[in-house]
Ligand binder design. Sequence first.
Ligand code: GCV
Length: 837
Amino acid sequence: MRILLLAIIGILQFQTSAILLHAETGRDAWLRYARLKNHALDKYAGLPASVVVHGDSAVLEKARDELIHGIQRMLGRTLRIERAPVKESAFILGRIFSLNRYISETSPPVIANDGFRLASVESGNTSSIVIMSPNDRGVLYGVFALLRKIALEEEIESLNEIHEPSAPVRWANHWDNLDGTIERGYAGPSIFFENNNVRQDLTRVSEYGRLLASIGIHGCTINNVNANPRVLQDDFLPQLARVADTFRPWGVRLAVSVDLSSPEKIGGMGTFDPLNPAVSKWWETRISEIYKRIPDFGGFTVKADSEGRPGPSSYGRTPDDAANMLARLLKPHGGLLFYRAFVYDHHLDWRNLKNDRARAAYDIFHPLDGKFEDNVIIQIKHGPIDFQIREPVSPLFGGLTQTASAVELPVMQEYTGQQKHLCFLMPYWKQILDFDLHTNGPGTYVKDILAGKSFGSELSGYVAVINVGMDDNWLGHPMGMSNLYGFGRLAWNPDLDASVIADEWTRLTFGKNPKVVETVTDMLLTSWETYERYTGPLGAQTLTNIVGAHFGPGVEASERNGWGQWHRADEKGVGMDRTVKTGTGFAGQYAPPIAEIYELLETTPDELLLWFHHVPYTYRLNSGKTVIQHIYDSHYEGAERAEDYVNQWRSLEGLIDEPRYGRALKRLEFQAGHARVWRDAVCNWFHKMSGIADEKGRVGHYPDRIEAEAMDLAGYTAMDIIPWENSSGGKGIECKAEESCTAAFRFDGDAGWYQMDVEYFDQNNGQSRFRIFVNDQMVDDWIADDMLPATKPGGDSSSRRRIGGLALRAGDEIRIEAIPDGLEPAGLDFVSIYPER
Ligand code: GCV
C-alpha cells in the first residue's frame, strides 16, 4: 500500500513539474511573467483590482495593457479597466501633472524625462499604487518596473521610489541589410527586412519594441551602418513609416543609418561633398520627406571613411563638416546625428612599428572637440580597436569634453563567441563604465561622462549593437539575451552590480529555483573571463581569424596586413609597444595619471600587458608566471572551465523546461569542444613560435588521441588544414571521391568503460552523416548540421561529438562511417578515448 501511495505521489509530482515546466521557446525573454507560487500570491493578495489611466496615448494604452497582462499571468487576476477615478484602490497611471493631486506634497520632487515614481497612496480605506512620470514613456517604464518587482517577488507594500535613467540616450543599433541578411547576425534573418523591403508582417518588431521598452531603450537604428542608400528612396519611406508606427506605442523612436554618398548613388548628383550647397539641399529634401511621414523620427547613424565606406575625406573634408551638415538639417525636427568614431585606415603599413590603428579615433576626433552641433553624438566603440575580448577603455571618452558622446557596446558577441559560446559581458562593461579616466582629475568615470555629469553634455549615452533575428529566442543561445537585458539595465543605472543583473535576468528567464539561480548566475558571471582565457591572453586581443568569420582561432591572421589588429608575436616575444617612449604613443592619449600607469611595464596590469608592451616570452608577470606559461595555463584553465559549464548545466536537468534546457546544453557542449580547439591552436602556435616547453608537459602531447590520418582509411584521404594549428597534427581527412568513406582503428587499452570524442568538421555547406561502430555494433549516429560560419574544414568548423558509456576491450575495432553531403566532405580530425570519469 505504501509503495502504491509513493508511486501515486511520484506520478503526481512528475505531472506537476511537467505542468510547471511547460515548453518554452525563449521568445518571451525576460517578460515571461511566470505564474507565482502560492506564498507569493498571498503576498500580493491585497493589490488593487482596477486600473485607471489619466491621459490618452498609444504609449499609455500599452502601459495599461502590459500591467493587465503581467498581473493576469503572474497572479491570475484580471484588472478592471476604469475610465474615471474610482473610490476604491486602483493602479493609477499617468503624467505627473495629472496625478499630483493623489499625492499631497507641497513640493513634489522633480523627475527627469523617462524617469518615474512608484508610490503607494493611502486614502480612507483605499490603498492605491500610483505610477507617474513627466512623459508617457516614463509611465510605461514604471509599469515594467513594477511588474519586474512582482516577478522577482519584491516587497511593494509601501512604495515610494523614484527611478531615473542615468543617461538621456539609450539606443539600439542593428546591422540588418535590406535583403534580410544581418551583418554579424547569428540568429536567423532580419526581423525588419526581407527582399529589399520592410517585412509585411511586423509582429516580431512589435514584440521587440516591447522588450526594448521594458529595459528603457527608446531609440533604434534598424539598418546596417554599412548602409544601403535605398533606405532614403521615395518608395522606401512609407515602409519605414510602418516600422516607426510599430515601435511608437512602445516609446521607441526609429532611426536609420545613411550612406554619405547617397546624393551621388541615388540622387543622380555628381558629388556628395558635404559642403556643397546642392548636396545639402538634397539631404534637406530627403529629411523633410522623412519627417512628413514619421514626425518623431529619431535621426541618422553615420559610418564614414571607415572600412571602405565613403566619407568626407573624399573631398578633403573632416567628420565635423559631414556631421554638422546633416545635424543642422535634422535639428529643427528634433533629430539626432550619431557619427561613429570608428574611423581608421585599414591599409596601414604593418612594418612600421609606429603605426597604430588604436590611435585613430582619438587622433581624428579629439582635435574636432567643440566643433560639432549640439545634436551630434560621437558614437565610440568601448575600446580603441573593435569589441575585442579585452581592450583598455577608449581614451576618446576623455578627449571629447565639449561634444556629446555615446559608448557603443556589442550585445552581438562578434568577437566573443557569436552566441555559440556563453559570454555574459556585464562584468567587462562594468569595468569600462567604472573606469576613471582622470580627465577632470580623479573621479572622471566613463559612466559619469556618459551621464553628462563630467562635462555637462545633455545628449550622451549608450548604444548597443544588437543582432536579434527571426530565431524564436532572438539571439540563438538561450543565454544570449542576458547581454541585451544587461545593456538596458546598465544604460539605465550603471551602478548596478553585474551580479544583480545576472540574478535578475536568471530569475526572470529561468525561474527562481535556488539551484537554477545559483548555477546560472555563476556560469554567467565567470563566462567572460573564461572566454578570455581560451581566446585572448593578456590584452593581445581575441586571437581569431580577423580576416575571416571572427569566430575560431587564427593566431596569425592579424599579422602582416593593413587591418592593424596586430599582436606582433614572433620568435622572441609578443605584444604591441604602445608606449610614448619607445612605441606608438597610444598610451599618451590618456590623462597623465593613466598614461603613466600604462607607460611602464611594472605598473601595467597583467591583463593589458600585451596591449601596451612588447615583451619576451620569459617576462614575468605580476602573478609570478612567465608570459608563455600564462598563455599555456590560461588556455587550459579556460577550456576546463568551459567543460565545467556542461556539467553545471546538466545538474539543472528537470529544473528548466526541456526545449530551453536542451538547446542550451547543445550550445554548451559545442563551446566545451570548441574551447579545446582554441586551447590547442593557441598553445601549439606559441609553443612552436617561442620554442619554450609547457612546464606542465601538456602542450603538444595528447596521449588519448588517434589522428584521423593515422587510421585505416577507405575512401578518405588526408588533407592539410590551414592554418596548421587549427587541427590536431595540422591534418585531417576528407571524403571526396566516394559516396561514403570509412576510417577505422583498433583500441589497445585495458577493458573498461570509456568515453570517446570524435572531432569532426561541421561546415555550413552540407550535412554529412557519421556513424560510429564498435566492431559491428553501431554506437552513435548523427548528422553534422550545425550552422557554423565555415565552408571549409578548420578552426571555425571543428566540432566535437562526445559518446559516453562505451564498454571497450583491447582489440575492438572502432570504425567511423561517413556519408559526405553537398560541399561538406565529412571531414575528421581525430578521435580521443579516455576512461569515463
Ligand atoms: C558593420 C567590424 C565588423 C564589421 C562592422 C564594423 C563596424 O569591423 O567586423 O562587420 O561593420 O566593425 O563596426 O562598422
